[in-house]
Design a protein around this ligand. Structure first.
Ligand code: FAD
Length: 384
């Protein structure tokens, strides 16, 4: 029995949720997931099936061939993916939101027309290459640079922790195009063919999220057509900021879904694990742990939906977005930590799923603007 209360969802949203879960059960059977995690295997079959069923269109307006889903529709979709398996959610959002949204929102009509339909159909996967060895939280300090030569840019530099770059067809690269410009200025966004000469992608070993693992990228005199400039020269900072609301809503909704998955898993284990002649779920201390997990799941969910609601109303939701990002990702990891305790030795064993939930959820407070950076945003909102 799911613990997620679906009251308030429209019939269409409920149908989408059921449709997505049915599709994933077929194309990403749960019994294969841990094996794929160990093999660091991208969930191609599920990704392609979601695309073929049209779900990736939810992120884009009808004018670009999408379905024009509302922010609430997107929250329901991503929460459902995160509930089933956080890796497939990460695979979808990396292409469709983190990287794809730059093309859809700020790309030239030609780029939009070529790339967005390929994203929707699953023909093209994208990664967002922003972080560098010397600069993560401090995005304005990037050193990767591109100089204009006729109708091309020549790109040089180094990016790190780039999710899914090893399977990407295109990289959305944030780069300096004016190295003399002040911080936050002279930054531009380029769409780079991941197979261009001079691009080297080196997979990295990470603690979790192994099916969509991170990579290091080196650009050595990579020639990029000037037409692949996204959003005009010097516009990257401003445009990146405009993508944050949807990105953080995505992170929040996925984490909320994952909280419920972990809570249900721990509850089911506790009900069948016998100690002292009774299920450990009969011990009040275990019940309270499970209840705390439910409270964290529900709180996460409510904060994610609050952001969706405000964004659907056309409101900026800066404060709520940062709060949701913190609450959802922190609760996700805390659920996994408490869940691991509920399972005892089995929680610590590689033979059970809980260790994967624990590893996969740990990155939430780090990525997508760390939870310390979110607190800085909130401090500013409080006029501190
Ligand atoms: C699994 C994974 C996937 C990722 N995928 C991508 C991707 O696809 N594309 C991409 O571009 N990047 C990606 N990243 C990078 C991610 O965005 C950065 O790790 C994150 O922004 C933090 O940067 P950093 O790791 O350099 O840490 P740092 O910026 O060095 O921060 C280290 C610590 O200091 C804190 N800190 C830093 N500055 C401040 C401050 N001003 N106030 C308070 N605390 C501060 C941070 O919160 C953190 O706790 C990924 C990272 C991981 C781990």
């Amino acid at each position: 029995m799911t613990l997620m209360n679906l009251a308030g969802l429209t019939d269409e949203q409920r149908m989408m949720r059921e449709g997505v879960l049915d599709l994933l059960r077929v194309h990403l059977p749960w019994e294969n997931v841990r094996q794929m995690d160990e093999a660091r295997e991208f969930p191609h079959a599920a990704y392609n099936a979601l695309a073929q069923a049209g779900y990736l269109g939810i992120f884009y307006p009808e004018s670009l061939g999408g379905m024009g889903g509302s922010h609430t529709d997107i929250a329901v979709f991503l929460e459902t993916l995160g509930y089933y398996y956080t890796g497939i959610a990460q695979a979808v959002t990396t292409t469709a939101i983190y990287a794809g949204m730059h093309v859809a929102k700020f790309g030239s009509p030609e780029l939009q027309k070529t790339i967005v339909p390929k994203i929707i159909s699953g023909q093209a996967k994208l990664s967002l290459a922003m972080s560098e060895p010397g600069t993560g939280s401090d995005v304005a300090g990037i050193k990767t640079h591109a100089r204009r030569e006729g109708d091309e840019f020549v790109l040089n530099g180094n990016k790190v922790w780039i999710t899914c770059a090893h399977v990407a067809d295109y990289l959305v690269v944030i780069t300096k195009t004016d190295t003399q410009a002040a911080r936050h200025q002279g930054m531009s966004t380029l769409l780079v063919d991941a197979r261009s000469p001079g691009v080297t992608i080196k997979p990295l070993q990470m603690l979790g999220r192994r099916t969509t693992h991170a990579n290091e990228i080196f650009f050595d005199n990579v020639r990029v057509p000037a037409g692949n400039l996204i959003g005009g020269e010097g516009q990257a900072w401003k445009n990146t900021m405009k993508c944050l609301g949807l990105e953080r809503l995505g992170l929040a909704a996925i984490s909320a879904g994952h909280c419920f998955k972990i809570t249900e898993y721990a509850r089911d284990y506790a009900k069948q694990r016998i100690q002292f002649g009774q299920p450990i779920s009969d011990f009040q201390v275990i019940q309270h742990k499970l209840v705390d997990m439910l409270i964290m799941s529900e709180t996460a969910r409510q904060s994610a939906y609050r952001v969706a609601q405000l964004l659907d109303a056309g409101l900026p939701a800066i404060r709520e977005t940062s709060i949701a990002k913190i609450v959802c990702t922190d609760n996700n990891f805390r659920c996994a930590d408490i869940g691991l305790q509920v399972l005892g030795g089995a929680g610590y064993s590689m033979e059970y799923d809980m260790q994967m939930f624990f590893r996969d959820s740990r990155v939430g407070p780090i990525g997508g603007g760390s939870n310390e950076i979110q607190r800085n945003v909130l401090a500013k909102q409080m006029d501190l």
